[in-house]
Design a protein around this ligand. Structure first.
Ligand SMILES: [Zn+2]
Length: 115
């Protein structure tokens, strides 16, 4: 996995955790995870720090997809996008040159990474 994708996956995990923790309907989850308000603030700070490290074009793409889907960055398993479960063309490679846009699913548009 490239560092670029790794940072987006970390950001996604953080944001999902914050969303869960802030959701009043998931009080049980919050308690189970041991979240405090202070804990959430810490997560939000980590989130801000991480966003500063991510290349701008990657962040723009991430935020655009985030408006449509809960999970933005999804792993590819057996050439299938685990976001929409559509098969991917065999021509897709797992290498991501730093200068190129991140690979996205042609069906759902999510950012892909290979495990
Ligand atoms: Zn997809």
């Amino acid at each position: 996995m490239s560092d670029r994708v790794q940072m987006l996956v970390a950001l996604q995990d953080l944001e999902l955790m914050i969303r869960e923790a802030e959701d009043p309907t998931s009080k049980e989850t919050e308690e189970a995870l041991g979240f405090t308000m202070q804990g959430i603030e810490k997560l939000q700070m980590d989130c801000e720090q991480l966003r500063k490290k991510i290349p701008k074009p990657d962040l723009r793409l991430y935020d655009r997809i985030r408006r449509r889907y809960h999970r933005v960055v999804v792993p590819v398993v057996s050439r299938i996008c685990t976001g929409c479960f559509q098969g991917l063309p065999t021509s897709r490679t797992r290498t991501i040159p730093t200068s190129r846009p991140l690979p996205t699913c042609e069906s759902c548009g999510r950012i892909l990474y290979w495990l």
